[in-house]
Design a protein around this ligand. Structure first.
Ligand code: FE2
Length: 271
């Protein structure tokens, strides 16, 4: 397979060409893609045609798929694929976040496949939290390095969480607010604003105010890639050094269906 990695101009991310994800990916290509993800933080593959089983096989390029905690949205026959679809009652995740921080080992990557795409809007944005960290003043970087978040399943706003999911995934998990990337050792700011119940040593209210303020200051246009979906796109996001958000600015009478897979990662550490 001759693959090409074309970094985007003026934003994180890269477009990958020469890869058909419906076919087995050889070990050399797999290695190249894993490195490209760690380096560019978001990878885009266009014009893919995938079955659920083929999509799961392709996802293993980036790691073994792991179960997503709102199991009511997972595909019945392929429960490691979650459906992102407003018509089953979901709200677009419009706040900046990284996925599943309530897990001891949160995902290394989130993979999205565009199955039905509205004619306008519904983009997905990805922010480089490595660049965000680097742009903060050193006093604040030092402060962040000393802080840890306590993460829980943030399901108080929803009434459809299954009790077995709450049982399995509802226990508090502590993570550093700056994590070292396991591939290249770069530090990145790491938190999920609504899954953070509080920052250790701070009240929930002060924690939320600080995280909100941090996001406002850190996420500037120059560190953001906004993906405008086309049917058949696969977007891979490095969850270890980015945050992402959905744009809810599309007509709800149109369908927007993304298939989501998350793949296993390491326990976040700051070295
Ligand atoms: Fe997400």
């Amino acid at each position: 397979m001759a693959i090409a990695v074309k970094p985007f101009d003026g934003s994180p991310g890269a477009e990958i060409s020469g890869v058909d994800l419906s076919r087995p990916v050889d070990p050399g290509t797999k290695e190249q893609l894993a490195r490209a993800l760690a380096e560019h933080l978001a990878l885009v593959f266009h014009d893919q045609t995938l079955t659920p089983a083929g999509y799961l096989a392709a996802a293993t390029v980036f790691g073994p798929p792991m179960r997503q905690h709102y199991s009511q949205h997972n595909m019945t026959d392929h429960p490691d694929i979650g459906l992102i679809w407003h018509r089953d009652g979901q709200q677009p995740a419009e706040r900046w976040h990284t996925d599943h921080t309530n897990r001891e080992k949160p995902p290394a990557a989130t993979i999205l496949y565009g199955v039905e795409i509205p004619s306008h809007g519904g983009d997905t944005s990805v922010a480089d939290m490595r660049a965000a960290y680097a742009m903060l003043p050193e006093t604040e970087r030092a402060r962040l390095r000393s802080l840890r978040t306590v993460n829980t399943l943030d399901d108080h706003h929803r009434d459809d969480t299954r009790s077995e999911d709450r049982e399995k995934f509802g226990k508090p998990v502590v993570h550093p607010m700056v994590r070292t990337h396991p591939v290249h050792g770069t530090p990145a700011v790491y938190f999920h604003i609504t899954k953070t119940a509080y920052i250790e040593g701070m009240t929930p209210r002060d924690s939320r105010a600080y995280l909100t303020d941090l996001l406002e200051r850190m996420i500037r246009p120059e560190i953001v890639y906004t993906h405008r979906w086309r049917k058949g796109d696969v977007l891979v996001i490095d969850d270890r050094a980015t945050m992402h958000r959905a744009h809810g600015d599309y007509d709800r009478s149109e369908s927007r269906i993304l298939w989501r897979i998350i793949v296993e990662g390491d326990r976040p550490v700051l070295i």
